[in-house]
Design a protein around this ligand. Structure first.
Ligand code: GLN
Length: 186
């Protein structure tokens, strides 16, 4: 199994470290020709969604990745990556990939509370997992077939639709590998 990590900007190296720890081969997606290498799943890392969205288009990678996701390629998207998948971004016209029917609010926890850690339950994982938030978005609501998988204080922090798993936190920054394992099962 080979997992491709989008490596344009943000916390991609941390995801690669988790994959290595789990013994999974990974490649980096840095330019359009990298999309021709066969792989079984994609990780969209945290960072800055506006920058990532712009680079994906400028580098000619956007349409191919969108098509792969629409055709069932498993995706794990964290934080900014999750914003790329949302069909609606509050206060913003249009969206990026827009492949999960859900509305997200960027930087939803304000400046002071922008970054914090807690623990919580995620559907499909036994026990609690650490949840690390960094200027995190909030999933305001999910629509259609999308399902909320985890909540913190009543706010949705993880959602899944079929082959797509999106979280507003950063599992790649903690030692717990359950979330990545859930993705690898997909
Ligand atoms: N605030 C970032 C954005 O809006 C997301 C933060 C993150 O990925 N840690 O894109």
């Amino acid at each position: 199994m080979t997992v491709a990590v989008l490596a344009l900007q943000g916390a991609f190296a941390e995801h690669e470290n988790v994959l290595k720890r789990l013994g999974v081969d990974c490649i980096e997606l840095r330019q359009a020709k990298d999309l021709e290498t066969p792989y079984d799943g994609i990780i969209l890392p945290g960072g800055e969604s506006t920058v990532q969205g712009k680079l994906l288009k400028e580098l000619g990678m956007f349409d191919t990745i969108k098509e792969q996701i629409e055709n069932g390629m498993p995706v794990l998207a964290t934080c900014a990556g999750l914003i790329l998948l949302a069909s609606e971004v509050e206060g913003q016209e249009g969206c990026h990939f827009g492949t999960i029917p859900m509305c997200v609010r960027r930087n939803a926890y304000g400046r002071q509370l922008g970054s914090f850690r807690t623990k919580g339950q995620v559907d499909g994982i036994d026990g609690e997992v650490p949840l690390t938030f960094i200027r995190a978005p909030r999933i305001v609501e999910v629509h259609g077939d999308a399902r909320a998988l985890a909540k913190v204080d009543g706010r949705i922090v993880a959602a899944r639709q079929g082959n797509q798993l999106g979280v507003t936190f950063h599992p790649e920054l903690d030692d717990d590998t359950h979330l990545h394992e859930l993705f690898l099962q997909m």
